[in-house]
Ligand binder design. Sequence first.
Ligand SMILES: Nc1ncnc2c1ncn2[C@@H]1O[C@H](COP(=O)(O)OP(=O)(O)OP(=O)(O)O)[C@@H](O)[C@H]1O
Ligand SMILES: [Mg+2]
Length: 400
Amino acid sequence: MSAPALDTRPGSGVSLAAFVGDDDTTAKLNNIANFHWPGAVINRGGCHDAGTYLKSAASPDLLVVDLGESENPFEDLQPLAELCDPSTQVIAMGVVNDLALYKQFINAGVADYLVKPLSEEDLETALLAATFSDVTSGEKSTNEPSGKIVVTIGARGGVGASTVALNGAWLLAEEMGHKVALVDLDLQFGTAALSLDLVPSTGMIETLRQPDRMDSLFMQSAVLPKTEHLSVLAAEEDLARQLDLHGEGIGRLVEELRSNFDWVWLDLPRSLCHLHTTVLRDAAHVQVVSDLTLAGMRDTMRIVNLFSNIGGDGEIGVIINHARRNKGMPKGEFTRGVGCQVYAQLPDEPKALQAATVGKPLAQSTAKGKFITELRKVTADIAPTVKEPKRGLFSSRKAK
Ligand SMILES: Nc1ncnc2c1ncn2[C@@H]1O[C@H](COP(=O)(O)OP(=O)(O)OP(=O)(O)O)[C@@H](O)[C@H]1O
Ligand SMILES: [Mg+2]
């Protein structure tokens, strides 16, 4: 037994009921319960028995249900949702080793799905993790940074991802009143600072490589305020440098920003997909920008698959842009192929985009144009307009 005993004495508020179908798991559970949950109810059985128990007893804090005998484990677990208190942490177990089933359980709110046979350590770890996530969930939510993440990523080069990110962030900040940080993660070739007439931040690479240096002083100097609501993080790193970006530094940066802004909008070069667990997985919205080409369709699908495989639970969709740059494929065929929703198809507006003077995004210079009108609808689906934007650490700085 590796972990220290939990306080699960009567009255401590942590109770366990388990319905398990085999001797081996029952014996291991009994060992664990003797140590952590002396008052636990551990019965031989499965889903049906758990249902019968819940009809006559109070819902426990932790419920373990063995679905090893079930032909349709996910469907069979459903009736318990009606009988369980919402605060009960449910751990399902079974014999089907399938990622899709696991994700189905997790998305439905099950704390964990374990595949038998199980070692005592694995079982203990899962039970404690579920218990602690329940016990500490209140604390966690207050400590977690509250800002949400939007990621814009181009399925192909030059499809307009940075144009979408810049204008989307502008609309969310300036028209809808949210406090937004736009982060251009293309640290060598990015255009966010240039388009908004800002002097790029320096020292970003050093700090991203040594995340411990990412204190509020660095943030104050690196974050470039453009307007009262929109700030930008962008660099123009030396082209001769190899950047070697790692998840830890970017993760720290995003976390800092999330504590200070309502929204962190990341313009993510597709070559940085390896940062998926740090930036993609936690995104509330992922916009994949693509043209109507076969390569665009293939790479949109690959990004959508990556997002789903890493367990991203935000929304993902494609924005079609530059559709007329070359003939491409019919929209219907593209839409069927990509396997995700189409947020919008933006019109080609070369004149407006060319005319957009440096320092002014299209959302400001041609606010009534078709491109921005379409993008405005996409942005309005991300968050409702607020009247009084929240203020944070960086809001007191004067806009340039
Ligand atoms: N709908 C559009 N109509 C006309 N021009 C557009 C449109 N969308 C983007 N552009 C233009 O296409 C060029 C490339 O756009 P942008 O830099 O946003 O693409 P990107 O996908 O970020 O490129 P990169 O792969 O280099 O990061 C820019 O000059 C931009 O003004
Ligand atoms: Mg770009």
